[in-house]
Design a protein around this ligand. Structure first.
Ligand code: DX5
Ligand code: ZN
Length: 234
């Protein structure tokens, strides 16, 4: 059965001088979730926000909050994010296993996974489940779907369609095949993050995703309500 499309507004492109208004704007526009991009300057070449901001957002809305943890050793911070009010904790699978370091032009790196340690990931998944929260596993564009044994333990898979670190990047078309492949054997949520817009969203939905993250397309629009309406119509 096909799932209804939900829109997850990524506050990475929000105006932080008026965060409460921006969250209300997300609600009024019809976004169903709030996506918080947590970056540590190690896993990705950018530093953003942590549990303090999640806690502030929590006080402004009842919408579910997803913490997308683009950080090393995410398990160490799971409790903090949940205590701050996170409903969905999204763990990058590259954090569990052996990686090669591929340099980015400007000094840091996306990491290519050579082998995946499913039991280490499973331990962090269990921590989150024990607190009654949802868990998504996240795969970067270069990371294969190497976690089939964990699909029954998780609520969703977040398929990255850009290398994580920044908003406003270009959608990588090659991930469409990954989404199709996953949908053929996974009934949970399939979320897509990076470069979602009016051109790419129809393809993403056709491939089988049901949760769309958007930062620049949503916050950059003069009519975010129409953005949500369009995305949900797909
Ligand atoms: C990228 C982040 C995304 C980002 C999406 O590392 O994980 O959530 O905010 O930005 P847009 O929608 O502009 O591609
Ligand atoms: Zn994200």
């Amino acid at each position: 059965m096909s799932k209804s499309i939900k829109v997850n507004a990524s506050v990475l492109c929000a105006d932080f001088t008026k965060l409460e208004d921006q969250i209300k704007m997300c609600e009024d526009a019809g976004a169903e979730m709030i996506h918080v991009d947590v970056m540590d300057g190690h896993f990705v070449p950018n530093i953003t926000i942590g549990p303090v901001i999640v806690e502030a957002i929590r006080r402004t809305t009842r919408l579910p909050i997803e913490a997308h943890l683009m950080i090393e050793n995410p398990g160490l911070y799971v409790e903090d994010f949940i205590s701050a009010g996170t409903d969905i904790v999204s763990l990058q699978v590259e954090c569990y296993g052996v990686r090669t370091m591929e340099s980015r032009a400007f000094g840091q790196y996306p990491k290519v996974l050579e082998s995946f340690d499913a039991s280490a990931a499973s331990r962090d998944i269990a921590k989150i489940k024990a607190r009654g929260k949802k868990v998504f596993l996240v795969a970067n564009p270069a990371t294969p779907l190497c976690f089939d044994s964990l699909l029954k333990e998780i609520d969703g898979v977040l398929v990255m369609s850009v290398n994580p670190g920044f908003a406003k990047q270009k959608f990588m078309m090659e991930v469409l095949e990954k989404i199709k492949d996953l949908r053929s054997r996974f009934d949970g949520d399939i979320e897509v993050d990076g470069g979602v817009n009016a051109q790419t969203a129809p393809e993403i939905v056709k491939a089988g995703a049901n949760l769309l993250v958007s930062a620049s397309y949503f916050f950059g629009s003069s009519n975010p309500k129409d953005v949500v309406k369009f995305l949900k119509s797909l």
